[in-house]
Design a protein around this ligand. Structure first.
Ligand SMILES: NC(=O)c1ccc[n+]([C@@H]2O[C@H](COP(=O)([O-])OP(=O)(O)OC[C@H]3O[C@@H](n4cnc5c(N)ncnc54)[C@H](O)[C@@H]3O)[C@@H](O)[C@H]2O)c1
Ligand SMILES: [Zn+2]
Ligand SMILES: [Zn+2]
Length: 379
């Protein structure tokens, strides 16, 4: 089959790779019809992870079941399914509590597995014609009869819609809250969308890309362009000097200033400053324990100069980590099915798999108009 393979920094190509197949009786085999490129893929693409060459990337996957293992009960051939990016067992200590992003079984010695991702187990991704889904009964979300009609919405259930939702859950967003969100990439936009669905009174989104800020404005958020002056001052003004009730970090360890200089602690310290005393902060932007190509010694070891004193005095709270997609994907699917949510508003491109290498290039450059790419391996 064909798959998008990581060859090295800024070098991916579509190649013939070994067919995905049923390896264990609990596996399901899915023919992939939609698979997204994610901001998380860009950390690997840019050579900022330890991902091995030859790995098939792709963790935001949707398709139709073509084969099921002997021990699969619920999922049937022909079902349309969307897979959480997390691969989880369903029976370990963390899965039992709903923390499927930190499964203890699927990536032994670590907590949390994913398709086609650095440090997250030996699994190939779905930017390919077929995908092997371990523990298929647990990891496949069945889609309703409008699966194909709303495919571009449903594929956002694999990662970014639940991840944006998770950011607002970690922050503790309640109806009426003001919310500040750093990053207007796909994840930041989904966090803003989630805050608005939950009834936030004001949702402020900070970035410097006009196309992404326009999408934020389009869903009713307040766009703040930090290349045009201090975003923090702007947030304080909008919130009458108080700071936002809640804040979300949707950028991660490659945060930079508008001129492009990396400052890994920039968003975290600005959140502490712009969220009000006792407010909650949800961090879904990825931070890593080692980053050899970081701009300074502290960050190379996964550290950061964090304004702990201000954070402590403001009695704020922080929640972090990979999204536990299964905790939300069923409810969010129902919002899409009933027309209450349409996360595909961020999609700028739907392309065949063979155009993936160019798409990575454009999306990585955060080129104007490249807000989210859906690949269509079966097209
Ligand atoms: N926790 C999870 O489960 C999970 C899931 C998916 C993605 N992620 C992570 O979320 C982050 C965002 O993903 P994405 O797909 O939106 O990526 P993206 O790279 O497309 O978007 C990031 C955005 O942040 C902006 N930005 C950079 N520095 C900034 C700063 N200092 N202030 C404000 N904005 C700034 C960029 O201009 C860009 O638009 C990534 O780190 C990704 O790995 C985490
Ligand atoms: Zn993703
Ligand atoms: Zn588990």
């Amino acid at each position: 089959m064909k798959g998008l393979v990581y060859n090295g920094p800024r070098n991916v190509s579509v190649k013939e790779v070994p067919d995905a197949k049923i390896e264990r009786p609990t596996d399901v085999l899915v023919k992939i019809t939609s698979t997204n490129i994610c901001g998380s893929d860009l950390h690997m693409y840019e050579g900022r992870t330890g991902v091995e060459t030859g790995k098939v990337l792709g963790h935001e996957n949707l398709g139709q079941v073509v084969e099921v293992g002997k021990a699969v009960d619920r999922i049937k051939r022909g079902d349309w399914v969307c897979m959480p990016f997390n691969i989880s067992c369903g029976f370990c200590k963390n899965c039992e509590q709903g923390y499927t992003g930190s499964c203890l079984i699927t990536n032994p010695g670590k907590a949390g597995a994913a398709y086609g991702y650095a440090e997250m187990g030996p699994y190939n991704g779905g930017q390919a014609e077929y995908l092997r889904v371990p523990y298929g009964d647990f990891n496949c979300l069945k889609l309703p009869d409008d699966a194909q009609e709303k495919e571009t919405d449903y594929v956002m259930l694999a990662d970014i819609f639940p991840t944006g939702w998770h950011a607002t859950e970690l922050a503790g967003v309640q109806p009426g809250d003001s919310v500040v969100i750093y990053g207007a990439g796909p994840v930041g936009l989904m966090a803003a969308y989630s805050a608005i669905i939950k009834g936030a009174s004001k949702t402020m989104v900070i970035d410097r890309h006009p196309d992404r800020l326009r999408l934020a404005e389009q869903i009713g958020a307040i766009p703040i362009d930090d290349s045009k002056g201090s975003a923090a001052d702007h947030v304080m003004e909008i919130t009458a000097g108080e700071g936002a009730d809640k804040g979300c970090e949707c950028v991660g360890y490659q945060a930079h200033d508008p001129q492009g200089h990396e400052r890994p602690n920039m968003t975290m310290n600005e959140l502490v400053r712009t969220v009000r005393p006792t407010g909650g902060i949800g961090v879904v932007g990825v931070f890593v324990p080692q980053d050899p190509k970081a701009p300074d010694e502290l960050s190379k070891r996964g550290g950061m100069a964090f304004d702990w004193g201000l954070f402590w005095s403001k009695a704020q709270r922080i929640g972090t980590g990979q999204a536990h997609v299964k905790a939300y994907n069923r409810q969010l699917r129902n919002l899409i099915h009933t027309g209450r949510a349409k996360p595909s508003f961020i999609v700028s491109h739907k392309l065949p798999l063979r155009e993936a290498p160019q798409a990575y290039q454009h999306f990585d450059a955060r080129e104007d108009g490249w807000t989210k790419v859906v690949l269509r391996p079966a097209a």
